[in-house]
Design a protein around this ligand. Structure first.
Ligand SMILES: Cc1cc2nc3c(=O)[nH]c(=O)nc-3n(C[C@H](O)[C@H](O)[C@H](O)COP(=O)(O)O)c2cc1C
Length: 405
């Protein structure tokens, strides 16, 4: 394949009102580095480094729209007090010539957040809370219409705050089993009202969020959604549903879509692929019950999926053939050759998480002529076990003793 594809990848591109310097996006991958939900200078440095390494757009992961939208306590939720910290992140990225998006999310029914201001987490339908059971939050409740209205306001307020903080784009998390993905999924949405039942109804909440966010940031501000191609679990959505989700969001005015898959609480390895880092997860787990549970049941609960390069490509192509809007490919991009393939297949952006966790400099290297670049990330997924550690999310492939030290 010709290097016109790499030139295209590395040339400036416009998305709504934003001109990004290239088509490479560092996908939202929780960084840690915000103890108690407060962004630290290390988090600022984390994203500055990614921008210095050449990505067009870096993404600040999982900015919960409210305290009750957090999965756990050491995660940011959007409120006025953290505005100065957020501004430092955007300023540092801009100073390196990059752009920065914020991933807006809400955990819905699964949470282990001990600081909830409500008796239990809320999703479309109350159910067993797999993530919270060992923290004494075994069940979730169903959102009332008032809760839905409140959540829409939270998304709008968070969007306005993030725009004021200097972010260049917003990603609405509609995938990975989080709240909006729960609304979309027949597995988690058993509602009998206009928000449940048909896919048309299950789309109502995600579409309302899109409108609320759009209203808050204006027409020219880039908004994309991360959606599931498949939930990766029986009874969840499949690619035929994803096509309809994509078509609907396109007609409702979204600027782009990033495609992924999997349900964090039920099929976490579906979205990652590769090794299941159980030993390391047990090693860093602070909760003794959770440690024992992981040791006893981890290998039954967490199903393994082998890693493949471009593991979502075939499903993503089905969506590509059904829509016209810009598409962001994500999943198993491991080399410059993979990036050429993604460009040749007609996708507009290439997003990566682990290859950039392993080597935040990779885009600079390709720019400097390493056209056969191949990551040496081995998809051991030990980085997953680092997100709750003081040094934040990083590659620990070469640190054999990181979870025991
Ligand atoms: C350490 C780590 C943390 C992640 N955190 C998030 C997150 O906060 N939000 C999200 O949407 N996806 C998250 N992901 C998933 C990635 O965005 C991406 O979907 C997945 O890693 C597959 O892309 P890759 O093959 O380029 O790594 C995370 C992945 C990793 C490895």
């Amino acid at each position: 394949m010709s290097d016109e594809l790499i030139s295209k990848l590395l040339s400036p591109v416009r998305l709504a009102g934003l001109t990004a310097r290239n088509r490479v996006i560092r996908a939202g991958a929780f960084e840690g580095l915000c103890p108690g939900g407060i962004p630290t200078d290390r988090l600022v440095e984390y994203h500055r480094q990614l921008a210095a390494g050449g990505v067009g757009i870096t993404t600040l992961a999982y900015c919960a729209v409210s305290n009750n939208g957090r999965t756990f306590e050491d995660q940011m939720y959007m409120h006025e007090e953290i505005l100065p910290g957020l501004r430092k992140i955007t300023a540092a990225v801009h100073a390196e010539g990059g752009a920065v998006a914020a991933q807006m999310g809400h955990c819905g029914y699964f949470s282990k957040n001990a600081e909830l201001t409500i008796p239990r987490p809320l999703g479309p339908t109350g159910r067993f809370n797999e993530l919270g059971v060992m923290r004494g939050i075994p069940f979730s409740g169903s959102m009332t219409k008032m809760d839905i209205g409140q959540t829409l306001r939270e998304f709008a307020e968070a969007a306005a705050l993030l725009k004021r903080a200097g972010f260049d784009a917003l990603e609405i998390h509609m995938g990975h089993g989080y709240l909006l993905s729960q609304f979309l999924s027949p597995l988690a949405n058993k509602r009998k009202d206009e928000y449940g039942g048909s896919l048309h109804n299950r789309l109502r909440m995600p579409v309302a969020v899109l409108h609320a966010v759009r209203e808050a940031v204006g027409e020219d501000f880039p908004i994309w959604a991360k959606i599931n191609l498949s939930d990766g679990v029986a009874g969840g959505i499949e690619v035929e549903d994803a096509v309809q989700v994509a078509q609907c969001l396109e007609s409702e005015g979204i600027d782009a879509l990033q495609m992924s898959g999997g349900f964090t609480s039920l099929s976490p390895m579906y979205l990652l692929r590769g090794e299941r880092p159980l030993q390391h997860m047990i090693g860093v787990e602070k909760n003794d019950f959770q440690k024992v549970a992981l040791r006893l049941f981890g290998s039954y609960i967490i199903k393994e999926y082998p890693f493949e390069e471009l593991f979502f490509l075939e499903q993503a192509k089905v969506v590509r053939d059904a829509v016209q809007l810009p598409l962001i490919y994500l999943g198993g991009v491991s080399s410059a050759e993979n990036m050429r393939t993604v460009m040749a297949e007609g996708f507009d952006f290439v997003a990566m998480a682990r290859a950039l966790i392993r080597d935040p400099e990779m885009i600079r290297r390709i720019e400097k002529g390493e056209c056969a670049y191949q990551t040496d990330c081995n998809y051991c997924n030990k980085c997953i076990a680092t997100l709750d550690t003081p040094s934040g999310t990083r590659c620990v492939r070469d640190e054999e003793d990181f979870y025991t030290s």
